[in-house]
Design a binder for this molecule. Sequence first.
Ligand code: HAS
Ligand code: CU
Length: 560
Amino acid sequence: MARAMTSSRSMVAESADRFSTEKRLAAINIIIAFAALAVGGLMGVFQVLNYNNIDLYPAVKPVLPGGYYQGLTLHGVLNVLVFTTFYIIGFLTFIFAKSLDKPLVSPAMGWATLGVMATGLLLAAVPLLLNQATVMFTFYPPLKASSLYYIGLTLVVAGTWLLLLNMVLTRNAWLKANPGKKTPLAAFMAITTMAMWTIATIGIASEMIFLLIPWSLGLVAGTDVILARTLFWFTGHPIVYFWLLPAYISWYTLVPNHAGGKLFSEPMARVSFILFLILSVPIGIHHQVADPGISEAWKLVHATFTFVVFFPSLLTFFNVVASLEYSGRKRGGKGWLTWIFSLPWGKPEFTTQVVAMLLFAFGGIGGLVNASYNLNLVVHNTSWVSGHFHLTVGTAVALSFMGITYWLVPYLTGRHLWSRKMALTQAWLWFVGMGIFSHFMHELGLRGMPRRTMIGGAPYVLDNWKLLLPFTMIGGLLMFASAALYYFNIIMTISAGKKGYNEPVPFAKALSGPEDTPAILDRFTPWLAVAAVLILTNYGPTLFNLVTNARLNIPGLSPW
Ligand code: HAS
Ligand code: CU
């Protein structure tokens, strides 16, 4: 932490400007995020080696007494809870304020956000490292962790609520000073993301406060497993859009500028985000198709709505590719598809994010398979699902977040990126490594390989898995090499990058911008009302049934 604070201080070279608080907050959050990813990512390498019977866990037993499953828990928690959340809070704080051209009204609340989240992280880290919380990032009961783990994660979530409050107050002040103006696109998207997320967290907060924390403290003897899972997925599905939407903010409001062009349509971009606000939460039961205790009818309703939430991503697909085509043609590109070659492939911040998009198209299509009621029964709990989320959160999100730092770290430090070539190599290595890894994880899942299972040394490994497992290792090692290049390049940038970087935040203009945006696409209340109605109809009966029939009688298990 102390080291993080010192380097963040050096990252914020030009301190005395209007946005110094936002810049510091962005820097510290992003440092914590990437520190978490370093450890979480390393655990991934251990897993893929274990798949291939290279078992490194005995060698690290003093620090990782829980072996494979403790490593897997760290992999999930650090990568998809800590890396994502801290990065997102830092990035959104910064991009929101810069896009409004107005600092947050309460810097103190900004620091409190970080303070509460960091305290939560420290509390959760203790049992995680002591092997007292080896319950995976989904912490399904009856697996039972130390209460510090649940309390810590709850604090991380509660800290994020403060950012929404700060954003709303800041936007209100901005609207007063700018009557009749539309909220700038990136700021609008940042608030929408935080509003969606805050509604989504009602599930996990209730699960923690009413079930898991009292249970882990010994105040109640048991818990209700299905109620706990249902509250978890109330948050656990929309959390994936909480991870994705900040990447979308970059694809819409920054990447068209990196590409040398403009965003195709701002109104369409707003429609996409409003649809996410409405539709992200009331579909979480698609993670529980195989669970008992929930009626088939509601499972089908949630599956159907999942197909509807495909639509805002298809809008994004169209809008982003149209923006890229505009840029490619503006740069002299011709032909149906050959304009693609005129895009600025030598720019790391551009290429990193566009290759992330390419893999995301496949991750998205796989999502449709998951969402189909009958097909879900084939892929659920197999390594297919791990293949799916490594393309989505592991690439669309994580690789885009790296791509963003290729301009943001120079912006925050005033130093040029140390090596652009190394950055480009990093992006393509991730693309190839992840492409191989996730393809074979999908295929192994179809052949019945379970997820979240120590495959190395297992007696039931089928011959037709053995043929494919080495490819997961090749993919994993390529990603490891990519990550090593990333960290090396960023550390060299901060410590030895050429001074004198002085570019503005690269916001893109739009071909069809605020002037074409109807007022309803800059409002929140009507859409929040629609969201509330859909959540009540889609979750109301199931939750009512589970709560009224809840029996807190399942004791905890800590089998590690
Ligand atoms: Fe998912 C399971 C369904 C998206 C993450 N998902 C998971 C889990 C995770 C996860 C972590 O219905 C496992 C949770 C656990 O531990 O159990 N998912 C979907 C669907 C979508 C989807 C329908 N998932 C995501 C995203 C994630 C994510 C995004 C993280 C960020 N997922 C499911 C289901 C399950 C599930 C079931 C449960 C499975 C089970 O049984 O356990 C959709 O939202 C996807 C829409 C995406 C698209 C792609 C659009 C493409 C774009 C890029 C275009 C640009 C290009 C560039 C191609 C339609 C926007 C062109 C370039 C040029 C040069 C021209
Ligand atoms: Cu989901």
